[in-house]
Design a protein. Sequence first.
Length: 267
Amino acid sequence: MGMFSTLLRSLWDRLCGGQPEPEPQQRPAQQYQQGPPVTRPRPQQPYEAPHCRSLSRNTLPLNRSRSLLATHPPPGPHKNLNYENQQDSEYQSLRARAKEEGSKMAQCYEESHTAYASGDGARAKELSNEGKAHKAQMERLNAQASEWIFSKNNEDSAPGEIDLHGLYVKEAITYSERAIQDARGRGNAKVNLIVGKGLHSPHGVAKLKPAIGELMQRQGLVAELDPDNAGVLIVNLDGRPTGAGPVLGVDDIARRLEDKDNGCTIM
């Protein structure tokens, strides 16, 4: 039986695959204290600097910096050159000296009138001559001032356009007449007079209106208000409106030029 049983077991193993071999006995695990997990380093990528401007500690927020830029106009042609020219020391000196001569002229005339009323004709004549001398000096200084400011303010003026800032009313009318004559000589149809929002007349509307009316009547002019710039008068040399803007009469022009509430731009 022993041999027969051995033979049967051998046949059974071949047909059924036999029993699996027992796994080798594992060795008991050693006890140890687990340390922190170790992270395997990844391959280092090349560093790329961020494409943005560095911010210092005093750097303003973006919206704040934009508002500051917006409140400061850029330099150059955008600056108010007319205002700068009127603040020039040479121009201010000429006007101040002319004003002083005007005060002396008025004082001499007043004293001359007093002397004549008291019967001192010789003294009255002397004071009158002194007053005339001061008047001539005043007109000479004002002429120099007007020539200087007109030249400076019109260095970059376009053809057919004149800037009248810094001029007295009488001076502005004189330069306007010259511009009108020159424009007609060139065959131009209009002249643009830059007067700003208001023109200050030291003599008031009573003397400004006749001067404007005489100029327009003598020259046969029609003035329109520039629809894009309230400080510009479009003077049509053929005496006919173009429809570009509202036609201004003598009263309208005088009120506009004399409107001190809108700001004096011409003396």
